[in-house]
Design a protein around this ligand. Structure first.
Ligand SMILES: Nc1ncnc2c1ncn2[C@@H]1O[C@H](COP(=O)(O)OP(=O)(O)OP(=O)(O)O)[C@@H](O)[C@H]1O
Ligand code: SF4
Ligand SMILES: [Mg+2]
Length: 347
């Protein structure tokens, strides 16, 4: 395939290479559009198009990108909401790599408990008929990971850890605020002591002050329990606050990846540069990930670089089908940039 070189560029820091927890190589996921939708019954959209990245043990990897860039689809492929179509995804359990494809998942069902996903909307993901104790314990009891009393003990412990009172266990989701419900989601995700926590827009629906509380809680829990995080958001400020490294997605592709600090001090990809050039919001809320111009059209993608229709540096080569093979990795080992002009644009 023409993008073989790019795929090998994956995540590049020494830590990620030396002790990977999750290694994604060339992941692709397509969706077939419903008959009649957008006037076609044949169209397929690439939600994730050849993404490679690595999350190191103990690392928080932030995935950022505007709406529709493929962040959630990538994450959902990791927890088997959808099977990925192409690529290799390896999860390292005590140093041993296990593929996350459908066959391997059936063979190693315990993988399910090692990776947990927290959704944006806690109200929709918590069964309103259950008590918090039932919500927290049902998964581990069903999987026979714990007895009833062990599960209750752990639920009590985690209720404390996420800052809820112990009597919360007897109450139902409707009795809690949005921030408290997200704490319940967090406790539920931690019941099976996962190695990787996927947080998909977990603070987007919360007030700014509550956002800060949940981000600090996540940081503290990560220190205490030692899990790694894939933290997804379209708020660049939120992602930079919590992440060690950041990957920027656009049109189903990883367009740039760098240490969080580096990404802010010397963005390389034109999309990242446009994002960072936007004026921060005066009301104290975080900077939203969007740049000027029409959003990416997944149904009718441009033939070359997905960012070409909005890029101030576009030239004819960017619009050619072969653009990908001309992309170079950035100069420093820890950087990745999917652009024909990486490293050539002046500051
Ligand atoms: N089940 C589905 N069926 C068809 N298309 C889908 C499906 N899920 C996602 N898509 C499409 O895949 C692309 C990526 O969507 P995805 O939800 O992964 O983006 P995202 O980056 O998470 O966006 P957001 O920030 O809005 O959550 C979009 O074009 C979306 O319309
Ligand atoms: S490849 Fe070309 S169009 Fe795409 S981001 Fe780089 S300069 Fe812009
Ligand atoms: Mg999403």
């Amino acid at each position: 395939m023409s993008d073989g070189k790019i795929r090998d560029c994956g995540s590049r820091t020494a830590a990620a290479a030396a002790s990977p927890l999750l290694r994604i190589r060339g992941m692709r996921k397509q969706f077939r559009l419903e008959a009649g939708l957008f006037g076609s019954d044949k169209k397929q959209v690439y939600a994730v198009n050849g993404v490679s990245l690595t999350v190191a043990k103990g690392e928080t990897y932030g995935l950022v990108g505007e709406s529709g860039s493929g962040k959630s689809t990538l994450a959902k492929c990791l927890v088997n909401v959808y099977p990925y179509d192409e690529g290799e995804v390896l999860f390292y359990d005590s140093g041993t790599p296990y593929s996350l494809d459908v066959k391997s998942r059936k063979k190693y069902p315990a993988l399910t408990h090692k990776i947990k996903y927290i959704f944006q909307d806690p109200a929709a993901s918590l069964d309103p008929r259950m008590t918090v104790e039932e919500i927290l314990t049902i998964g581990v009891r069903y999987a026979k990971l714990m007895s009833r009393s062990e599960a209750r003990q752990k639920a009590l412990f985690l209720t404390d850890a996420v800052g809820l009172t112990r009597d919360s266990l007897d109450r139902r989701p409707a009795d809690f605020s949005g921030g408290q419900r997200q704490r319940i989601s967090l406790a539920r995700a931690l019941m099976s002591s996962p190695d990787l926590l996927i947080c998909d827009e977990v603070v987007s629906a919360l007030d700014v002050s509550v956002q800060g509380q949940i981000l600090n809680l996540l940081t503290d829990l990560k220190k205490e329990f030692g899990f790694s995080m894939l933290f997804i958001a379209h708020d660049l400020g939120v992602v930079s606050y919590i992440s060690d490294r950041i990957g920027v997605m656009y049109g189903g592709r990883l367009t740039e990846e760098a240490e969080a600090r580096e990404l802010f001090s010397s963005p390389m990809h034109p999309y990242t540069r446009l994002l960072l050039a936007s004026v921060p919001r005066a009301d104290g809320r975080f900077l939203q990930v969007s740049a000027a111009g029409e959003p990416f059209d997944a149904v009718n993608p441009p033939p070359g670089c997905p960012f070409a229709p909005r890029c101030p540096f576009v030239n004819d080569d960017c619009r050619k089908k072969e653009w990908l093979s001309g992309c170079r990795n950035a100069t420093a080992e820890s950087r990745y940039c999917l652009c024909l002009k990486c490293g050539q644009l002046s500051r």
